[in-house]
Ligand binder design. Sequence first.
Ligand code: 13P
Length: 257
Amino acid sequence: MRKKLLAGNWKMNLVPTEARALIAALRAEIDRDSATLAKDREVMVAPPAILIPSVAQALAGSSIFLGAQNMHFEDKGAFTGEVSPPMLKSYGVTHVILGHSERRHVFNESDELINKKVLAALKHRLVPILCVGETQEEHDGGRALEVVLRQLERGLEGVSSEAVAGVILAYEPVWAIGTGRTATPEQAESIHGALRGVILERYDRAHADQVRILYGGSVTADNVDSLISKPDIDGALVGGASLKADSFARIVKARTH
Ligand code: 13P
């Protein structure tokens, strides 16, 4: 059985006092049920890089995983403004979001760059959360599937069959991010099935069954149940609704079937 992953992407929000208050409130809601929740799900938060040290402290002793929103693929060097995998690891970061649509479209990250980051994450035993998703225009032009499958194929270039089960995918249609327009569970399920199909083709059934595929894009406490009860939707990557303890706690406790 694949465990669901409920992951919060804080994007460029919160200062340390707010971040610590959010973690404290979340822990009050989640930690007491953690034994029950742990049976079928995992929880992760991804703060901005500069908040990672204080969030790591606030999470001490919690089962909530700590993620990063991005990283460079090199271990160190002359890369002004960047953060390396060993730096993240040293603070207990376990997951890293890669190829988020805002990285692709606002910061012009290419599939080739994202692939280097995926390989670097695996090398450092960080769980890459590889994001794919079509824009509104691509969606309207009926090219959603073509776009996400290409992003997936290129993102996974050179990933061995031993490593692929440790990759998490996230389908985030760009038109659904921050817009309040969620993909329907059926729309998302159909793309997720196709993504899993690529893993099956390139690797095999066992690996395709293991890879988790999250949905992201206007996930809220109100729509999460219907999304994650679909068989190929293995969790959610949540932006706005992860910034409030009550809504994120409700999402974490979503009904899974
Ligand atoms: P929203 O949940 O705010 O739409 O953001 C989704 C997202 O981009 C998560 O990575």
